[in-house]
Design a protein around this ligand. Structure first.
Ligand code: ZN
Ligand code: ZN
Length: 319
């Protein structure tokens, strides 16, 4: 007998095996060594001297005293000149300073980065061919970051990934059946439960019931708002504070992570959320073959970790 539990999320189409006893949790190990291919500020392509002659799509600040800069991705897989893979890829350089972690930036600075995302989203949306925009961040070795200088990315394409279309269709069906938004119901349902992490007047944060990743967390606005570009200043400030709090906490585990935020451009009824996806477990044959994902950190434990309540207390029954 194992204590594993299969959990399904119908809206997001994922089946997860929560397997707490499968192995020791990552925080029982010394922090993972995050592999940087760091060449140092003298040659780093995101450091101010190397960017002096690069045409920026957007700069916050002036001259060498900028705060955040957006440039074209020099290795794009989609391009506005390619009708067979149409789109845009941009890099948001989070800070002029080399080797500063995103989580170590001030709340005000992170709020500026969120505002920059919004500004670029509104610009990219003007191209009527663009149907899908993802804003994301890769931090650390396994999560795919190749440059040590803190940066985020924007991917905009004429093509919408099928699982995003399917997720939206199921959320719409829920809304038609229940007469309420799925994500607002989710917040209310989880608020008093064991997977609730934190909240303020603008956002609630949960460890999702069928978390695919160790310490996965979703930051969900209480307000029905469809993308980052439509946040009010006070909401950007709140989201920045939430991100800083959660990522600072996460950094004590030394896990690489991704941040994701999806957007269907022509769908104004979406309820957006920001997903923090730390990369603790390695997905191997079982996950890749069956698409059944094994998560060795129950979301109830993850929520307790973020709440600062220490180690798991033994409990047989989980909701
Ligand atoms: Zn740099
Ligand atoms: Zn909503």
């Amino acid at each position: 007998m194992t204590t594993s539990e299969i959990r399904q999320d119908y809206i997001h189409d994922r089946v997860v095996i929560i397997a707490a006893g499968r192995k020791r949790r990552p925080h029982d190990f010394p922090p993972t060594t995050v592999v940087h291919q760091d060449q140092g500020p003298a040659t780093c392509i995101f450091c101010p001297p190397q960017l002096r002659d690069v045409k920026a799509l957007l700069t916050i600040g002036r001259g060498l005293h900028w705060t955040v800069k957006v440039i074209k991705n020099v290795y794009p897989v989609v391009h506005a000149s390619n009708p067979k893979a149409y789109g845009y890829q941009e890099v948001v350089i989070d800070t002029p300073e080399h080797n500063v972690e995103f989580a170590d930036l001030s709340v005000e600075h992170i709020a500026i980065i969120i505002d920059v995302f919004g500004k670029r989203i509104r610009t990219l949306e003007r191209d009527s061919k663009i149907k899908y925009i993802m804003t994301f961040k890769n931090r650390g070795g396994k999560a795919g970051a190749s440059i040590a200088h803190a940066h985020s990315q924007i991917f905009a394409s004429s093509f919408v990934p099928p699982h995003i279309v399917d997720k939206r269709r199921r959320a719409e069906e829920y809304q038609i059946q229940k007469g309420r938004c799925y994500y607002e119901d989710l917040l209310v349902r989880e608020q008093k439960g064991p997977r609730w992490i934190t909240e303020d007047g603008h956002f609630g944060v949960i460890a999702p019931y069928a978390s695919s990743y160790n310490y996965e967390a979703w930051i969900i606005p209480w307000r029905h708002v469809d993308n980052l570009g439509n946040l009010k200043a006070v909401e950007r400030q709140s989201l920045a504070a939430m991100l800083k709090h959660l990522l600072t906490k996460l950094s004590t585990l030394g896990l690489p992570y991704n941040l994701f935020c999806h957007q269907l451009v022509n769908d104004k009824n979406e309820h957006f959320y920001l997903r923090i996806a730390p990369r603790g477990d390695v997905w191997a044959g079982l996950e890749l073959g069956s698409r059944l994902i094994v998560n060795t950190v129950p979301p109830e434990d993850a929520a307790r970790f973020y709440r600062g309540e220490g180690k798991k207390r033994p409990s047989k029954k989980r909701r």
